[in-house]
Design a protein around this ligand. Structure first.
Ligand code: COA
Length: 375
């Protein structure tokens, strides 16, 4: 019986923990500091907009005022979905369907209405990226309107992506303060180094497949509760707990039963996620603004308990749940909102992969049977 070749004998880094898979200049995480293209997330959350951050991620520099104006105009104009595509999307089932499953299908279908979808040259890639980034919010809002039997609302090309998303979901002019908070949420979720879905997009792109395929892979990857799906689970948990009196006992019991508390822990951050700090403040402010401060207070109690019991800190998904809830956004749209933002990072990773491509093809350590003979 032949012995396995030497390469199979190497150590396995389960989940690729600590493995450096590529070079990147998009976002960096050093201890508890997250930067996009050299700017801290705190700086961008305080002074930038989602459109400007998207330009930054794609171009490695902030735009001039004219460049930003032109980029916003291009994004604004690209939010509209082709009527024929909308007609087809209206035939898809929505009852009992998770919005992320619908979104994954919709992104894949979008390719069929884009004559450039198979093009891989840099200029076409940027155009496709702009189209996809502009349309992601329109798709998520469309899903919500279709499932609720509501008339569709056209995007306003003069307004930001954040304004349009809230307008299309709620069907009325959104509050300016809420629009700004939502825009900051989009900034905070825009990219995060080699996260699971960005890696998935890069892996698909590395085979020289098209952008729509790479983004479809990424949407499917983001859907999981260990990645983007955690924000929705956080709100469901808070609703299940129901009140402050039950909060600490519920969490202690969950931990004693070895259950994971969604919205806590991180593969990379061991001293706290800087995005969670910004969202914690936002959660406190917005729950007060809507007269339901208990959602923040319960979250803060959970935060204290998980830190004391497990030494784990909240990640981006923990406080974003109560922020979106206070905005009135349906709970199952929280993960699709993550995609509305993270598309900007996915595109940056696809562009970066294309400039220095080599197909991803790791090895697996053989632990199966050997030398069997068919009788
Ligand atoms: N609640 C309770 N325990 C947790 C936990 C959580 N949220 N996150 C990690 N742990 C525990 C694990 O059970 C494990 O304990 P053990 O060594 O006693 O078995 C230890 O901490 C290490 O966790 P592990 O799952 O191996 O870490 P990872 O690096 O593979 O995974 C996450 C990182 C983010 C997937 C993980 O922390 C998690 O599942 N968090 C909840 C989901 C979530 O919020 N995801 C969003 C990420 S932005």
């Amino acid at each position: 019986m032949a012995a396995p070749v030497e390469i199979y004998e190497g150590a396995v880094d389960k989940g690729l923990e600590g493995v450096v898979a590529c070079t990147t200049g998009i976002s960096s995480i050093v201890d508890a500091t997250l930067c996009f293209r050299g700017y801290t997330i705190e700086d961008l959350a305080a002074k930038s907009t989602f459109e400007e951050v998207t330009y930054l991620l794609w171009n490695d520099r902030l735009p001039t005022a004219d460049e930003l104006k032109a980029f916003r105009k291009e994004l604004g104009a690209n939010q509209t979905l082709a009527p024929e595509l909308v007609k087809q999307l209206q035939t898809l089932p929505t009852k009992g369907v998770h919005p992320m499953a619908w979104l994954r299908t919709a992104v894949s279908m979008l390719a069929l209405w884009d004559a450039d979808s198979q093009k891989l040259d840099p200029a076409s890639q940027k155009q496709i990226g702009t189209r996809l980034t502009a349309k992601m919010g329109s798709l998520v809002a469309l899903f919500d309107r279709i499932r609720n039997g509501k008339p569709l609302i056209a995007a306003n090309p003069e307004k930001s992506l954040a304004w349009n998303f809230l307008h299309m979901v709620f069907g009325k002019e959104p509050d300016a303060e809420i629009v700004r908070m939502f825009d900051v949420c989009l900034i905070l979720h825009a990219d995060h180094e080699l996260n699971c879905s960005a890696f998935s997009a890069r892996v698909t792109a590395s085979s020289l497949s098209d952008i729509y395929s790479a983004i479809t892979s990424a949407v499917g990857t983001l859907k999981g509760p260990l990645h983007g799906g955690a924000n929705e689970q956080v709100m469901l948990m808070l609703k299940r707990i129901g009140n402050m009196e039950q909060t600490v006992t519920f969490i202690k019991d969950a931990l004693a039963n070895k259950e994971k508390v969604m919205g806590f822990g991180h593969r990379v951050y061991k001293n706290g996620d800087p995005r969670a700090k910004i969202l914690r403040k936002m959660s406190e402010d917005i729950t007060k603004k809507i007269g339901e401060p208990h959602w923040y207070q319960m979250s803060a109690m959970i935060d204290d308990t998980v830190q004391k019991e497990k030494g784990l800190l909240p990640n981006v998904d923990f406080y974003s749940a109560t922020v979106y809830y206070s905005m009135g956004i349906p709970i199952d749209l929280y993960t699709p909102i993550f995609a509305v933002s993270r598309i900007s990072g996915w595109m940056a990773h696809i562009y970066e992969q294309a400039t220095n491509n080599r197909i991803y093809r790791p090895r697996g350590k053989w632990v199966g049977k050997e030398g069997l003979k068919h009788p």
